[in-house]
Design a protein around this ligand. Structure first.
Ligand code: ASP
Ligand code: MG
Length: 460
């Protein structure tokens, strides 16, 4: 079996749902379990409705409920007619009533708990999946709708509940697997679950990818497909590098490194359950379904000669140079430095260090003045802002002699403030002035991907 997850824009309206259906039809024989997000924008609208109600803005909240109801009824009208249309309209009228009751409740209490937020938010996925299920049936696809709260078991950390894998596995095998084996396409929701007391929970914003990975991992899927609205992961930011290529295959570690640099496609942590079980995860474009997408696997079997997979960057970086003032008592120096960052909850990206000095980069400067004040108790500190980190990622960087020369030869005229190759050895990054970042990324891409054409299984 396979898991096919469709994100918000892949289910946003009737035409998206028709698209989805065509995609599913082509793979029915692979026994898909389909996991969907709420229609694009609906989760935000539901949460906003709850917040409005708690602020006493009941009328605005109820307007939202009406808007949500009509958005879904519009999709229904565009997709199905006759009895199915009537049935679904009644269904959504009923949901609107439930939401109205919730709005009234929250408005009376004037208080909004995380638990209530989850109750509101869960409607998004329940609604989208219900329409799609009925549309699939109208298209003669044998579909079975399952409320994910029946199998996705979590703790009660509302709005960010932790999934309990053992009980979820057991429930999946009890509830979902038999349907799959009986030839049904199983239609369910991402993002939502329930506690052992049966109370509705959600697993964190954007959690549908994680739901899909968990279902795939626990049911030993052959393949997990994340259908979104981009062609996959690219060799660089296409707004900077016009001819950025699509990466066809990459390792989980590479994808994870890129994510820290804001590759927006998917959060690698969310697919960890799948990667741990060696299940490939495909990122695919529902608006361009014939594109091959990007496949992420634990250990891709690929050409060792292909060194660089992607060049990412992050602007808005501040560089902090810290030199110990206690020259000959340097032990404990690093500990003291990092204690300060820890105390002010500031993440350090890259670090370069000698015995008595350390340079770090941060992008969160909210507590910078406090950090600097405390560092000054035992060091001299220089702060330079408007920097950027450029990060070159590739599994084979690890085995690449002459690495720094190769990576930096296209930009020998650029002043580099700091260089770092992390412990994973698959990331080579350096810090430069922010104003040069576009130019540097373009030049690096041009040179480092000059031979990309030789690797047709990797780039497209
Ligand atoms: N609908 C949820 C959200 O918008 C979950 C998801 O789309 O992944 O956060
Ligand atoms: Mg989403």
């Amino acid at each position: 079996m396979i898991v096919m997850k469709f994100g918000g824009t892949s289910v946003e309206d009737a035409s998206a749902i028709r698209n989805l259906t065509e995609i599913v039809k082509k793979q029915v024989t692979r026994k898909p379990v389909i996991v969907v997000s709420a229609c694009a924008g609906i989760t935000n609208q539901l949460l906003q409705t709850a917040t409005l109600a708690s602020h006493g803005k009941k009328e605005e909240a109820l307007n939202n409920v009406v808007a949500i109801e009509s958005r879904h009824k519009k999709i229904v009208k565009d997709l199905v007619d006759g009895d199915t249309q009537k049935f679904l309209n009644r269904h959504f009228a009923q949901i609107a009533e439930e939401l109205t009751a919730l709005v009234n409740g929250v408005a009376v209490l004037g208080e909004l708990t995380p638990r209530s937020l989850d109750t509101f938010a869960a409607y998004g996925e329940l609604m989208s999946s219900f329409i799609i299920h009925h549309y699939l049936e109208s298209q003669k696809i044998k579909s079975f709708w399952v409320d994910a709260r029946s199998f996705m078991k979590t703790d009660e950390h509302f709005t960010k509940a932790a999934v309990q894998f053992d009980s979820t596995e057991q429930k999946l095998k009890e509830i979902v697997l038999p349907k799959v084996n009986n030839g049904y396409v199983v239609m369910t929701q991402g993002f939502i679950g329930s506690s052992s007391h049966g109370i509705t929970t959600t697993i964190g914003r954007g959690g549908s990818d994680y739901s899909a990975a968990i279902i795939g991992a626990l049911l030993d899927a052959d393949d997990i497909q994340i259908w979104t609205d981009v062609d996959g992961i690219l060799t660089s930011d296409p707004s900077v590098v016009k001819d950025a290529k699509k990466i066809k295959v990459m390792s989980f570690n590479e994808a994870a490194e890129l994510a820290y640099f804001g590759a927006r496609v998917l959060h690698p942590e969310t697919i960890l359950p799948a990667v741990r079980k060696n299940i490939p995860v495909h990122v695919l474009n529902s608006k361009n379904p014939t594109s091959t997408g990007t496949m992420i696997v634990a250990k891709p079997k690929i050409d060792k000669r292909c060194v660089v997979k992607s060049i990412a960057y992050k602007e808005g970086i501040t560089l902090i140079g810290i030199v110990s003032t206690r020259m000959f008592l340097a032990h404990g120096f690093l500990e003291n430095v990092f204690d300060v960052f820890h105390k002010y909850e500031t993440v350090v990206h890259t670090v370069a260090t000698s015995e008595v000095s350390v340079t770090v980069t941060v992008d969160n400067v909210k507590n910078l003045s406090n950090i600097v004040r405390e560092l000054k108790h035992f060091s001299t500190v220089t702060v330079t802002d408007k920097k950027a980190i450029v990060c070159i990622v590739g599994d084979n960087l690890r085995n690449s002699p002459g690495l720094a020369v190769k990576m930096l030869s296209p930009i020998t005229d650029v002043n580099i403030n700091m260089i770092s190759q992390g412990a994973s050895e698959i990331n080579f990054s350096f810090v430069i002035d922010e104003e040069h970042v576009d130019d540097v990324v373009m030049r690096l891409h041009k040179q480092l991907f000059a031979n990309a054409g030789e690797f047709q299984e990797i780039f497209e």
